[in-house]
Design a binder for this molecule. Structure first.
Ligand code: HEM
Length: 397
């Protein structure tokens, strides 16, 4: 079948309207076919579960080291610094081993007590209070209070991390009036920041200092350790914050969901997975086709770029019945919000632990969660979720 047979999406998937409410776009892309061509962006798109999963399982053909976004200027900068997310093959394995070791379930278990203490104190302040923004007060608390600190940078605030990651995620799409300036500023500043770091500025025992221990062990060179610091900074905060916001929202608005959890707290891991699936905070990364890559009867030609939309795949009715319904017992273990295959997220255990301690704290103190008004959506090319979510927590009698 010639390339021209690939169905075409003639709009801009990153238009403000599409970013504000992406579900109709995702459905249109899934229904157009297994592969879709977007001429405006010179980009192929896969949006169905089966094809996104297959794409993520094909890292030898669909490679990451030529960039993983849909913004050519940003992709060109990709090779400048070492990054797990932007590497392939042996380098990727080597980086990933170092980066993921301190974030496995066992090493992070020691955080549980401190996380629980922090969130318990916050929930105690919030129950029966006036409506508050749950994104700020609850969802951000642990990522900002603990995760930012775990990285171990001195003289550096979580607010800076949040500005950079928001801007860098928004740089996922080609330049527009909204993202151009902030993306460029953030990329330049961030690179300068990373390169200005050194082992003496890192708190001993922190994630950052462990990268330099890997240098001493001969597993990385110094420049690589500096680059990999960025892998802890950019994807660690908004992702967890926005997934937590979705979880709070769904538990509040889905009839029976909170009661089912109260009746059976063992549902917590399933509730977290279901919230992570529905949130699908990172819309999806692109890959560069190092060879022709077939998708059904179509082909992504060698040298082209394809966007694998994890967020659209996670709402695919061909995979999940009633995909827009929050089902506390769905247990979507194969959902793609954390990626899949060799680039599977290294922070998923940490994110799960944070969400678990929040669920536990709410269970102890709260009778019912209430959403007040409508949440405000975040407008960002790379990530999705709520910018603001007004809630009230009703205390247990
Ligand atoms: C709910 C929270 C999170 C979500 C939804 C999420 C999502 C993702 C996704 C979709 C990928 C796949 C990248 C790809 O296919 O190219 C990924 C990879 C990654 N994530 Fe996360 N993430 C989360 C939390 C975290 C945290 C807390 C950290 C760090 C502490 C982190 C660090 C990373 C890194 C370093 C990679 C690259 C792994 C690789 O390329 O092999 N993430 N994440």
């Amino acid at each position: 079948v010639p390339m021209s047979a690939v169905p075409v999406y003639s709009g801009n998937p990153f238009s403000e309207e599409n970013l504000r409410d992406s579900k109709p776009l995702y459905k249109e892309l899934r229904d157009l076919g297994r592969l879709v061509w977007v001429p405006e962006l010179d980009l192929y798109v896969a949006a169905r579960f089966e094809d996104v999963q297959k794409g993520l399982r094909s890292p030898k053909v669909l490679i990451s080291s030529n960039g993983v976004v849909a913004n050519p200027a940003v992709n060109t900068m990709s090779a400048v610094q070492a990054s797990t997310i932007l590497s392939d093959g042996q380098d990727h394995l080597r980086f990933k081993k170092v980066l993921s070791a301190p974030l496995m379930p066992k090493p992070i278990e020691g955080l549980r007590g401190r996380l629980t203490e922090m969130i318990d104190e916050k929930v105690a302040q919030l129950v029966n209070a006036e409506p508050f923004d749950a994104m700020r007060e609850i969802a951000s608390l642990l990522p900002i209070g603990v995760v930012a600190e775990m990285i171990g940078l001195r003289g550096f605030t979580a607010d800076q991390m949040l500005f950079w990651s928001d801007a860098m995620f928004d740089g996922f799409a080609p330049p527009s009036a909204r993202n151009e300036e902030k993306t460029q500023t953030a990329n330049v500043e961030f690179f300068k920041f990373l390169m200005s770091q050194n082992r003496d500025n890192l708190v001993p025992g922190s994630l950052g200092s462990k990268l330099f221990e890997a240098v001493d062990a001969g597993e990385l060179v110094e420049q690589e350790a500096l680059g990999l610091l960025g892998d802890y900074i950019v994807p660690s905060l908004d992702t967890t914050i926005l997934s937590t916001g979705e979880m709070l929202y769904r538990l509040a608005v889905t009839p029976g969901a909170w009661d089912a959890y109260v009746a059976n707290p063992d549902l917590a891991p399933k509730i977290i997975l279901e919230a992570v699936r529905m949130a699908s905070v990172i819309r999806g990364f692109t890959r560069y086709a190092a060879e022709d890559y077939p998708v059904g009867d179509f082909v992504v030609p060698k040298g082209a770029r394809v966007w694998l939309i994890n967020a659209a795949a996670n709402l695919d009715e061909r995979k999940y019945p009633d995909p827009d319904d929050f089902k506390v017992d769905r247990d979507p273990r194969d959902q793609l919000a954390w990626g899949h295959g060799v680039h599977l997220c290294v922070g998923k255990h940490l994110a799960q632990l944070e969400m678990e301690t929040i669920l536990g704290s709410l269970l102890r103190k709260v009778e019912r969660l209430e959403v007040v008004g409508e949440p405000t959506p975040l407008i960002n090319s790379g990530i999705q979720g709520f910018e603001n979510l007004q809630m009230r927590l009703h205390a247990k009698a």
